[in-house]
Design a protein around this ligand. Structure first.
Ligand SMILES: CC(C)(COP(=O)(O)OP(=O)(O)OC[C@H]1O[C@@H](n2cnc3c(N)ncnc32)[C@H](O)[C@@H]1OP(=O)(O)O)[C@@H](O)C(=O)NCCC(=O)NCCS
Length: 171
């Protein structure tokens, strides 16, 4: 297990192809995709493709999302962390903070706890100057987390036909 960083309750490690069943459980849930374009995956092959995409990002940019692993149970909770995002803003690429958890683990402060550690890792280890984040305007939990992380909301932009709030934070 290649641990990148840890929090009080979790290890954050690189995602690998062995995570495919967990990815499928996560991304086939329509509630998880409610504010992500409402396109949950239908097949395990789609989940494998998503993991391949993450592995490609690790290779190309030296960074990508990390699996959240519970220290006590070793359970795969979901993912969190920073990726180099090239598809969300049409005019520029940026370092994006994000998180996605299996529904069973919502409401326990996990996205916030791992988000705080992701920012720290991004600024202190990766030496990034600026980290950004976007959230569907109706995704109250996600907007709340980005605010709790100390990020500043600067504008609202369109992504996939839906309004999203945009947040930034500097080192
Ligand atoms: C969004 C998501 C990551 C949140 O994870 P989480 O671990 O439950 O979040 P946290 O517990 O750290 O924090 C959520 C905050 O939002 C608040 N919140 C959640 N739903 C809320 C609601 N309907 N109204 C008001 N506040 C709400 C919580 O109270 C908490 O704030 P608090 O600590 O000040 O009380 C999780 O629901 C998820 O994976 N959703 C699907 C994927 C997704 O939408 N990802 C974000 C894409 S931008």
């Amino acid at each position: 297990m290649e641990i990148l960083f840890e929090t009080e309750r979790f290890y954050l490690r690189k995602i690998c192809l062995d995570d495919v069943q967990d990815f499928f459980e996560l991304d086939s849930d329509p509630d998880v995709h409610k504010y992500l374009g409402k396109k949950p995956v239908k097949t395990i092959e789609q989940s494998a493709e998503m993991i391949q995409d993450v592995l490609k990002q690790y290779q190309e940019y030296g960074i990508g999302r990390s699996a959240i692993i519970d220290k006590k149970s070793n359970a795969f909770i979901g993912w969190s962390g920073i990726k180099y995002e090239t598809k969300v803003r049409t005019d520029y690429a940026y370092y994006d903070i994000g998180y996605r958890l299996k529904k069973a683990f919502w409401g326990q402060g996990i996205a916030t706890e791992t988000g705080v550690a992701s920012l720290k890792y991004g600024f202190e280890v990766l030496k990034l100057d600026k980290i950004c984040g976007g959230a569907h305007v109706e995704n109250i939990a996600s907007n709340r987390i980005l605010q709790k992380l100390g990020m500043t909301r600067t504008e609202t932009f369109d992504f996939d036909g839906d309004p999203h709030h945009w947040y930034e934070i500097y080192r």
